[in-house]
Each structure stands twice: as C-alpha cells, then as structure tokens.
Design a protein around this ligand. Structure first.
Ligand SMILES: Nc1ncnc2c1ncn2[C@@H]1O[C@H](COP(=O)(O)OP(=O)(O)O)[C@@H](O)[C@H]1O
Ligand SMILES: [Mg+2]
Length: 251
C-alpha cells in the first residue's frame, strides 16, 4: 500500500533521514518507534507530501508521491487521514465543526449528509452528545477522540497517527489504542502509528519498525521486536539511552 524507498532528508547540515526504507502493508497497523528528535514526524510529513525528500521515493497506490504536486497530490491526499501530534484541533470551533471540517472543505456532500457522518463518527469514538462543546471544555483523552473522529470522517484508506496518545495516563493510552484498533477493523483503513508507548503499542500493531540514526534498523511483528537481538532495539525497549543520537528528549 505504501512503499518508502531510500528516503533522505536534511535540514541545513543536519541529516535527519539517511535512507529510510519501509513497506506498509494494506489493512495492517504498522508502528514506527524511536527516540525523540529521531525524525519520526519528519518521515510522516513526507508521506502526506508536506515535506519533499532530498532523495528517494514514496509509492502510494503505485504512484511516487514525492514527484507529485497540485491536483495530482491532492487526489492521493484525499485518501489519507492524519492525526497530528497534539491533535491540532481548532480551538475556536465546536467539536462538530472540527470534525465536519474535512468534509465541508473537500467534498460536495450536503449539510444533512455531513451531519449524519459527523454524528456517526462521534458515536464511533464514544463522544455522542459532545457536538457543541469546544475543545477547551474537553479532557485530554476526549480531545484525542475528536482528532480521531476528524481523521475518520472522510473514510480515508490510510490514516497516519503522530503520537496519538502523548500526555495521557496509561489507562487512557490503552483506551485510545483500543479505539484505534476497533475503528480500524470497522472502517478498514491502513494505519501508521508513530509511538513512544512501549510496551502498549505492541498490543495493537501488526508490525513494528524502529527508526534509529536516520534509518529503519529493524522491522517485525511485535513478538519479533520484543525478542530482537539488536542491541539498539533492546535498549530502546528497556528504556536505556544509547549513543548515536544527541537529541534531548523533547516529548
Ligand atoms: N521543518 C524543519 N526545519 C528544520 N529542522 C526540522 C524541521 N522539522 C524537523 N526538524 C528537525 O528534525 C529532527 C527530527 O524531528 P522530528 O521528526 O520532529 O522528531 P521525532 O522523531 O521526535 O518526531 C529534529 O532535530 C528537528 O528539530
Ligand atoms: Mg514527532
């Protein structure tokens, strides 16, 4: 479904991606793990075409999206939902308007159809009755649910999640993860989740890839990753710092 090939990206002198290759299979949930500042969000932004690589390609439905722009890129993007780090809700808009936004912007659905979809998506994420609240009136976990409803609303074939549970307590982390899994089964999207949540992320992933020093150093099922002999993977899972990346933990 998504094939990333030898992706390179630098900002000035800082090389962030140094040949990332990864295949994301259709209908699966793939998690990308790795240290803060390691380039996970940069990788995700390339998949939606928000950043262009210095080298390399990303094939989605057989098309190299790094070479596309304008309408052609918009067509591919219409199939991709994104839950950005922090949720990125519009504070001045109600929950309803936040969730309806992608449909109001990008489709020709009428008001009644939009209304029905929004109510369904909110109910699917457990937020029925919350339409006329503002983001500031919601708890952290509820805001994450709104962000998920907004990603689901256009029924995209692919949803990318950038640390969808950051800042939540472990119980809420599990409940958001379960919601991602449940909606993935119901809506049938292909999921890519960037995550710090070790070990919780293993429970909902079909495959896990570790990004380290600008490359994917290991890919496997959660079981394979947890049993990995790779010292970098082992240390990361056990929470041990190791050299090779001088970034401070920022989030
Ligand atoms: N638009 C940008 N311009 C310059 N540097 C950037 C930009 N986006 C990210 N970076 C840098 O790239 C590195 C990787 O960032 P990021 O992908 O956000 O890491 P993370 O793995 O925590 O998501 C960081 O050092 C960050 O400062
Ligand atoms: Mg990030």
């Amino acid at each position: 479904m998504i094939e990333i090939k030898e992706l390179y990206k630098s900002f000035g002198k800082q090389q962030v991606l140094k040949g990332v290759s990864l295949v994301i299979n259709e209908g699966e949930v793939t998690a990308v793990i790795g240290r803060s500042g390691g380039g996970k969000s940069v990788l995700l932004k390339h998949i939606v075409g928000l950043l262009k690589p210095d080298r390399g390609s990303i094939f989605i439905k057989g098309q190299d999206i790094t070479k596309l722009k304008g309408i052609k890129l918009d067509e591919i993007r219409a199939d991709i939902g994104v839950v950005f780090q922090g949720g990125a809700l519009f504070d001045s808009m109600t929950v309803y308007d936040n969730v309806a936004f992608p449909l109001a912007e990008k489709t020709k659905l009428n008001k009644k159809e939009i209304y029905e979809r929004v109510i369904k998506a909110l109910s699917d994420v457990g937020l029925q009755g919350m339409e006329y609240k503002y983001p500031a009136e919601l708890s952290g976990g509820m805001r994450k649910r709104v962000a998920l409803a907004r990603a689901l609303i256009a029924h995209p074939k692919i949803i990318l999640f950038d640390e969808p549970t950051t800042g939540l307590d472990p119980i809420l982390v599990r409940s958001i993860h379960k919601l991602i899994r449940d909606t993935q089964k119901q809506y049938g999207f292909t999921g890519l989740i960037i995550s710090h949540e070790i070990p919780e992320i293993f429970e909902i992933s079909d495959r896990v890839a570790m990004l380290h020093n600008g490359k994917i150093v290991e890919v496997g099922t959660p079981e394979e990753i947890q049993k990995s002999d790779n010292i970098v993977v082992k240390n990361f899972i056990m929470g041990i710092e190791n050299g090779g990346n001088n970034e401070e933990r920022t989030s």
